[in-house]
Design a protein around this ligand. Sequence first.
Ligand code: GLA
Length: 354
Amino acid sequence: VPREVCAFAPGRVNLIGEHTDYNGGLALPFAIAEGVTVRGHTDTAPRILARALDLGEEAEFALAEHSARPTPDTPPVGWRAFVRGSVAELSDAGITLPGARLEIHGEIPQGAGLSSSAALAVALGLALLGLADAELDRRELARLCSRVENEWVGAHTGLLDQLASLFGEADTALLIDFSTLELSPVPLVLANGWRLATVDSGDRRELAGSLYNVRRAECARACQLLGVDSLSDAQPADLADLPEPLGRRARHVLEENARVQATVLALRGGDLAQVGELMNASHVSLRENYDSSTPAVERTVRELRGAGAVGVRMMGGGFGGSVLALLGPDMPLPRGAHPVRPSQGARLARPLEK
Ligand code: GLA
């Protein structure tokens, strides 16, 4: 049966809980309104024909050739790696995909730390599943999309972005416990003039991939030395034994987990000023303990604080990209600031079955 589907997956903002996902810790992200849309049609030819509308680029490959893993001689590049990876990972998961034409359109700036990449992978996954008339548990799909990024795109990211994109709800932040993948909704209603906004630092995250991977390796090494499976299991008292910079990395993770819990309490108590304090403290730790800031990010944070923002922090992988600001009722929107609000997560529409 020919099918036509339209999948949408949003980007995400992380209110707090940075570099905790791959450390078995806590984070509090939400899905934003902007995202990536993938329209798909089944096709009788056994191939995938994909078009990136915003780039005016096209890619075509036979369904049979997709599962060849990338090798160092054939490095995957850009959006095509996501398409090939999604097709391969879904096939490996036992899903029989039909030939298809895909049209991709995104409205999230790339490299700004708003997870345009996770949105692309999730939208592709949902569209291809829809075309195959198959379903996958959403946590499984999050893991699959993360494998696409890890193994096909080469970014060793955790599950934060994919889970936020897949499970987002309006006016709600998601408390994620990465030791169990348990998700708890926490109301995040921005009322009485309070706003959250992202501001691009202007620094593109070109180095981010590699430095992010270095941080992951440092955390893995710290776990080894401490004899724990994940840093969130470490005891604060044991961190003194770690050589630097591993001690600071681990301290960030444990303190950031505590800040996530404190933020949930502050939100439940309606204390947004306290949320702002916790955001500020998160930023300082990311700069001082995690060494993931850049001069442009620092400048952006200083300007926003100077203009009166209640809380400001770098967001996502760091090393550039956007910062997140919590703006109190009297504060005008700073220049270049883009308001964000917690929005519904990824969804599939199937307009027509012919
Ligand atoms: C990036 C990664 C996430 C997470 C954050 C840091 O956004 O994709 O998995 O590790 O960095 O919190």
